[in-house]
Design a binder for this molecule. Structure first.
Ligand code: GLN
Length: 451
């Protein structure tokens, strides 16, 4: 029933919202029947059994189209399934389709997709955020019960905030990246997107696992995230970075986020302001590191091994060149060029190495903050969802919108974004709670108490 309801919702809303690149109607119905049988005969139990999930289109799904919303992977059907998705399948999840995203997860609006922009279900003239905009819009439009996204620099938290849903970016290494098509490998993490923190904690518990196929996977023994779903924040120390509330922050977002802090204070949390001064360096450091890694990761798309190949060419080099020129979109090309530049000899020390040093200093600043606070509270994004088309014309402005999310990836920390109000246009506002490494439970607890 849940699967049919999701498919009906897709039928009714998809033309307007465009959350999906692929809807696997037949596959989902067949799988739902199999799962139902297992539920009936008692071989499958648990909260995710038979529940329809949408998967961001940068996670490999065996025999199911996986495009990264790029022309270059327009026909790519992987021969294996990403570990996180496989974990969900073991829990009885039913994959309903693959969601739209910014091409190769590069963007903040889901407008760089080769398959058309996704619209914000709250107001179709606005973007859903990105890059996991399809996943967040699908949850908001009830086209699925929950979704998986990936977060390299905010791509779960920022679209969650724009679409009024809840999303968690776990500590780096908690969810296996095996089968996640890499953007910035040292920053990428898969995480859940759902209607509330209870669902997110349940899903995170199912997808988190130690995986020796991912060399950065961490063996943790504290993965029972649902234990943190208790309505008690007495004595919890919450730090509010002054630097997060300065210039560029929309006054309505500021008010809603500070109100959320008050709610938690009234429930017994100890709230205090502090300085987290290095944030201004986070954007340049992130874009140098992410583009550098992307330029290397995307070298594999050459028309030989996967996907698209140019129709006409003369010789091998010309085939590479034409395939990549025709297969990648503008934003992806911009980042490959930027990344190749910062890694090239003569510039490596001045840009890439400096960015890595900045990353280390940002981590240190967070370490000092977490010596004093359990949770850091702030906005997920400086504004609510912008109108479609506004960001594409001004990439620098779009990059600046990542100010509150990217330092979390640079430091490898867990972060959650959850709804904390609406602006005067009725668009959702997102609250971000950041925890120290491996302290997902603290942010889940604070989020649960706030909800
Ligand atoms: N907006 C950021 C970028 O464009 C973050 C994207 C992401 O987290 N995948 O790189």
């Amino acid at each position: 029933e849940a699967v049919t309801a999701a498919l009906d919702a897709i039928e009714a809303k998809e033309k307007k919202v465009n959350s999906f690149v692929t809807v696997d109607r037949e596959g989902a119905l067949k799988r739902a029947e199999e799962v139902q049988k297992m539920i009936d005969d008692g071989t499958l139990t648990g909260p995710l059994a038979g529940v329809p999930v949408a998967i961001k289109d940068n996670m490999c799904t065996k025999d199911l189209l996986t495009t990264c919303s790029s022309k270059i992977l327009y026909n790519f059907k992987p021969t294996y399934t990403a570990e996180a998705v496989e974990n969900l399948e073991k829990a009885g999840a039913v994959i309903i389709g693959k969601t739209n995203m910014d091409e190769f997860a590069m963007g903040s609006t889901t407008e760089t997709s080769a398959y058309g922009a996704t619209k914000n279900p709250w107001n179709e003239a606005h973007v859903p955020g990105g890059s996991s905009g399809g996943s967040c819009a699908a949850v908001a439009a009830e086209e699925c019960s929950y979704a998986l996204g990936s977060d390299t620099g905010g791509s779960i938290r920022q679209p969650s905030s724009f679409c009024g849903v809840t999303g968690i970016k776990p500590t780096y290494g908690t969810v296996s990246r095996y089968g996640l098509i890499a953007y910035g490998s040292s920053l990428d993490q898969i995480g859940p997107i759902a209607k509330d923190v209870t669902d997110c904690a349940t899903i995170l518990e199912a997808i988190a696992s130690y995986d020796k196929k991912d060399s950065t996977s961490i063996a943790r023994d504290d993965l029972k995230f649902t234990d943190a779903l208790v309505d008690d924040v007495k004595g919890l120390k919450i730090g509010i970075p002054r630097d997060y509330f300065g210039e560029g922050l929309d006054p309505e977002v500021k008010e809603a986020v500070l109100n959320a802090a008050k709610v938690l204070e009234e429930k017994g949390a100890v709230v205090e302001e502090f300085d987290l001064s290095l944030v201004e360096y986070a954007i340049p450091a992130y874009y140098v590191i992410a583009c550098a890694e992307a330029s290397s990761n995307l070298a594999r798309f050459d028309g030989v091994k996967y996907g698209y190949r140019a129709k006409e060419y003369e010789g091998l080099h010309n085939m590479y060149k034409k395939t990549r020129s025709e297969g990648f979109g503008t934003e992806v090309k911009r980042r490959i060029m930027l990344g190749s530049f910062v890694l090239s000899s003569g510039y490596y020390d001045a840009y890439y190495l400096k960015a890595l040093r900045t990353k280390a200093l940002i981590k240190k600043a967070f370490d000092e903050a977490f010596a004093k606070y359990d949770v850091i509270l702030g906005p997920a994004a400086p504004t609510t969802a912008p109108k479609l088309g506004e960001s594409l014309s001004d990439p620098i402005k779009m990059y600046l919108g990542d100010i509150y999310t990217i330092s979390v990836n640079l430091a490898g920390l867990p972060g959650i974004s959850l709804p904390c109000g609406k602006d005067s246009n009725g668009l959702p506002i997102g609250l971000q709670l950041i925890g120290d490494c491996f302290k997902e439970k603290k942010i889940i607890r604070a989020a649960y108490a706030f909800e």
